[in-house]
Design a protein around this ligand. Structure first.
Ligand SMILES: C[S@@+](CC[C@H](N)C(=O)[O-])C[C@H]1O[C@@H](n2cnc3c(N)ncnc32)[C@H](O)[C@@H]1O
Length: 199
């Protein structure tokens, strides 16, 4: 049962996916508020969110900034919910939502100024592949912003201690970024790690 719930966090679907949807909507607003402020979004920036879930972050960005936003998520449930929440921005061509696995999805090289993801890193068994892909898709000096929970907290919680959640340490993630050539790697902790760097 616990791994069933853990899997729902990875790719929400059906009845339980809806329960997860409400929990994410309520609990992750704090992280989104913080990250959206810190992305330093400028006019005409192109911003990508990987694993947008209920679509709260992209909604905040579309409402508050004059930029173009793209999202990708491989949960059909989340895709539909985010489409509903952001209907106006999609119709105004400010937002494009994609349904698919980020790891297999082709975005043009050097097409984004900012790429971010919240609570998604746990579900990647190998973080090198997505980091290389992100680096390709970021423009020169573009920014990557990641939020992830502390591995100890993941180990404590009933649903997240399952092996579906890779429990990366901050040192491991920062070393990978450094080895792949990301620059200005910086992080802070506030109920989770906020990690920021540039291409
Ligand atoms: C735990 S939820 C987090 C949702 C949202 N970022 C938040 O913090 O509220 C993880 C989300 O990432 C999506 N996801 C996970 N791996 C993905 C991948 N490889 N490609 C696209 N979406 C992915 C899931 O479908 C789910 O909506």
């Amino acid at each position: 049962m616990l791994s069933f719930i853990g899997n729902q966090f990875r790719k929400p679907r059906g009845f339980w996916g809806r329960i997860i949807f409400f929990s994410m909507k309520k609990n992750n607003r704090f992280a989104y508020n913080k990250i959206v402020q810190e992305l330093e979004i400028k006019q005409n920036d192109r911003v990508l969110e990987i694993g947008f879930g209920p679509g709260i972050g992209i909604n905040m960005i579309c409402k508050n900034f004059n930029c173009s936003v793209t999202g990708i998520d491989f949960s059909e449930l989340m895709f539909r919910e985010a489409q509903l929440r952001n209907k106006r921005h999609i119709e105004n061509h400010k937002l494009v939502l994609n349904f698919g696995d980020y790891l297999d999805f082709k975005f043009p090289v050097e097409s984004f100024d900012k790429i971010f993801f919240i609570n998604v890193i746990y579900f990647w068994n190998n973080i090198e592949k997505p980091f290389i892909k992100i680096k390709d898709e970021l423009k020169q000096n573009g920014m990557l912003y990641i939020f992830m929970a502390h591995p100890t907290d993941l180990k404590k919680l009933k649903f997240t201690k399952d092996d579906i959640f890779n429990k990366y340490t901050i040192d491991y993630v920062c070393d990978k970024l450094k080895n792949l050539g990301f620059e200005n790697i910086d992080y802070k902790f506030d109920n989770g790690y906020y990690i920021k760097c540039n291409k």
